[in-house]
Write a protein that binds this ligand. Structure first.
Ligand code: CO
Length: 208
């Protein structure tokens, strides 16, 4: 990748936008009012805005290795607090993807140095769903299922936050668990039944 090319691409993008709407950037500069928060993986292939077809201003985006929502990660927790409390988003999406290197690494018995505590969050998801996962003989199917269960657990981590619980009681804020299938390009809604999953555990996490 030629870095100078990026600036050429940018100049073309600016002129393309302005040829359609001469006030495009003037309007963007007025402020943002996105309706969705998207939490995805940093993977260079999982492009968030592009795969959703959303324009600048439409989605507040957070990406990290394996689309995690660790309870003690100040970065993602700040993003959630700001998106809910200030931007007043109505939808929170956690989007994983098949062939996720972070999830793959967490499945391997290997020392990843500074990455260990991050990957341990995914290993904990594995432990929570150990019974289901160990029943899956095919390693690729087990890997795909861990990607899905990781999305589910990160959605639950969103629901555990006081910011989410406060907003949910005041207005409708919906959490969505999605997976992007890197082999077909298609987004898959996991249609997670949160009422069923949370039924027996919400008493533990309820903050108000
Ligand atoms: Co990934």
């Amino acid at each position: 990748m030629n870095i100078e090319q990026i600036f050429k691409n940018n100049r073309k993008w600016v002129s393309d936008k302005l040829s359609i709407d001469s006030r495009y950037f003037e309007n963007l500069a007025k402020g943002q009012d996105p309706e969705i928060l998207y939490i995805g993986c940093s993977d260079s292939r999982a492009t968030s805005e592009e795969l959703m077809g959303v324009a600048p201003g439409e989605a507040f985006i957070h990406r990290n290795i394996a689309n995690m929502v660790p309870n003690n990660d100040l970065s993602v927790q700040s993003v959630i607090a700001y998106a809910i409390g200030v931007l007043k988003v109505n939808h929170i999406i956690v989007c994983g993807h098949y062939d996720c290197g972070g999830v793959k690494a967490a499945m391997e018995p290997k020392d990843y140095g500074i990455l260990n505590p991050w990957l341990r969050n995914i290993r904990d998801v594995y432990r929570l769903h150990n019974r289901e996962l160990t029943c899956i003989q095919d390693e690729n199917i087990r890997y795909n299922r861990l990607v899905e269960l990781n999305v589910q657990e990160q959605c639950i981590n969103v629901i555990k936050t006081s910011d989410y619980q406060r907003a949910y009681s005041a207005r409708k804020v919906t959490v969505h668990g999605w997976v992007w299938d890197i082999r077909t390009g298609k987004l898959i809604d996991l249609e997670i039944d949160f009422d069923k999953i949370l039924k027996n555990i919400m008493e533990i996490y309820r903050l108000k």
